[in-house]
Design a protein around this ligand. Structure first.
Ligand code: MN
Length: 483
């Protein structure tokens, strides 16, 4: 769905979830401004019984001059859009309407119509609104300081101060120009005195499951959780911790890890799998779970026994039972660093898998894999292993790989400079499908592990069997062939 599809409705109501937070309010307001620009009438409302009282949110509303009203019934309109929530879901008052639309980043729990845009992979609804606005021809709308500040603050509050960011689009939004003075003021009005006692209460009693601490906070604003979990993580005996609280419509959780054996983003995604969504980075992550507290506890216990662990070169692997495969000669893309940047420029490569910081050099090439994954390779190695063609590499990806000049902030798609190349020579591996979730600790990455689900492949380079790793099932069949 495109935002411009909605502008044929001239009288629109934007509804936030009950007990509105900054993300839902900022999105509703930015959308209101968008619709007004397109000659639509748009009004922001929310239902439920609880009026907004959080000081930082009230400050935000006042600073931007947002008009938002709690109502018990809604005025007539041609379209009702629920923002950061889904029409008919548990955390939003269901008002009768002629037609509804949904713009949300939670897991889908309704029967969708053609006017629903739901993307649970994103850290905030503001990210979704930001990416939808980026698709429209808008001139300077997104450069307006109030608009970008509002979206930035929505992301900031929904990802525990950007610590639990998970998608490249979240990263893009986190770099927009914003009103620093206002955000600074809001940041420092985050917690009220009564909330401070929720923080201390949440740290008082906890359960230890394996080496993971499980802490429960009284119902509170999700921001409190991130703040508390940062403290809890510093306890010497804990390898990871999960802080949670019951919020409107489910459980919000904040995850921290200081162990190489537990990646916080993976743990958060595991806990929420099937009933919500979770993600972040290696050390900090968050999630939303639509299930009970008991389920959370049992899922956490499950996590501890769910994985086989393989330490490359140390854990014995039965290579005899593994079949031989060869890498297919499929074309991939490559771009030369020197076509994009001057030597010495500090750059960031942004892909679905995360950010990679580099310093541009003329002998660096970027390889672009079949799923849009990008990794750098030195020219000498490239010339030894690939044949370059002059044809352009044209592929579409969910998030087109992008490189950013860290000094100027300028972004460019890599694809525009990419050409096709073919691997030369044969790469033979031994591989088998795994039956249990597995973490593989390679000997060349001391920070993270490769994680596989049943069906994915455990693979080892035949020339060096200690060099083992996990290949996603889908990618495996696209890239390897049985000998
Ligand atoms: Mn949100």
């Amino acid at each position: 769905m495109n935002l411009s599809d909605l502008t044929k409705y001239k009288n629109i109501i934007l509804q936030t979830h009950n007990i509105p937070d900054a993300d839902t309010v900022s999105c509703a307001w930015v959308l209101q401004k968008y619709f007004e620009r397109n000659n639509c009438k748009a009004k922001i409302i929310y239902g439920g019984k609880i009026k907004i009282s959080k000081p930082s949110l009230l400050m935000f509303i006042e600073a931007l001059g947002i008009e938002v009203e709690m109502v018990f019934e809604i005025p007539a309109a041609d379209l009702l859009i629920t923002v950061d929530c889904q029409y008919g879901a548990g955390n939003v008052e269901k008002f009768p309407c002629e037609k509804f639309a949904v713009i949300d980043h939670h897991i889908c729990e309704i029967q969708e119509n053609e006017l629903c845009e739901i993307n649970p992979a994103l850290g905030s609804c503001a990210t979704l609104v930001f990416s939808m606005l980026s698709m429209e021809k808008l001139g300077d709308f997104l450069k307006d300081e109030k608009i970008s500040t509002a979206l930035y603050y929505g992301l900031y509050t929904d990802t525990n101060g950007l610590a639990e960011i998970r998608h490249p689009l979240d990263r893009d939004l986190s770099e927009v120009y914003f009103d620093k003075a206002l955000i600074k003021k809001l940041k420092n009005a985050n917690i009220t005195m009564p909330e401070l006692s929720i923080v201390s209460g949440s740290l008082k009693e906890f359960e230890t499951i394996g080496n993971i601490g499980l802490f429960k906070a009284a119902p509170c604003d999700p921001n409190i959780l991130g703040f508390s979990s940062d403290i809890a993580m510093q306890v010497d005996s804990l390898e990871a911790c999960v802080l949670f609280s019951n919020v409107n419509g489910g459980i919000k959780l904040s995850v921290r890890s200081c162990s190489r054996e537990i990646m916080a983003n993976e743990l958060a995604a595991f806990l929420c799998e099937g009933f919500g969504s979770g993600g972040g980075n290696l050390e900090k992550a968050g999630g939303f779970l639509k299930n009970s507290e008991d389920y959370l506890v049992s899922r956490l216990k499950e996590y501890l026994v769910a994985f086989d662990k393989i330490y490359a070169g140390k854990t014995p692997i039965d290579f005899a039972s593994m079949k031989r495969y060869k890498k297919l000669q499929i074309p991939v893309g490559f771009a030369k660093c020197e076509d994009l940047f001057q030597d010495g420029t500090k750059i960031t490569v942004r892909t679905m898998e995360g950010d990679l910081d580099l310093i541009a050099k003329e002998n660096i090439y970027f390889m672009i894999g079949i799923e849009g994954e990008v990794y750098p390779i030195l020219r000498e190695k490239f010339e030894k292993n690939y044949i370059a063609l002059s044809d352009e590499y044209e592929q579409t990806f969910e998030y087109p790989p992008t490189v950013i000049n860290r000094l100027t902030g300028r972004k460019q798609g890599i694809s525009r400079f990419a050409k096709i190349c073919f691997p030369t020579g044969e790469k033979i591996i031994k591989a088998k499908q795994i039956e249990k979730r597995t973490k593989v600790f390679t000997y060349w990455d001391t920070e993270r592990y490769f994680s596989g689900k049943p069906g994915d492949f455990l693979a080892a380079n035949e020339a060096d069997l200690g060099d083992c790793y996990i290949v996603n099932e889908r990618i495996f069949y696209k890239t390897y062939e049985l000998i």
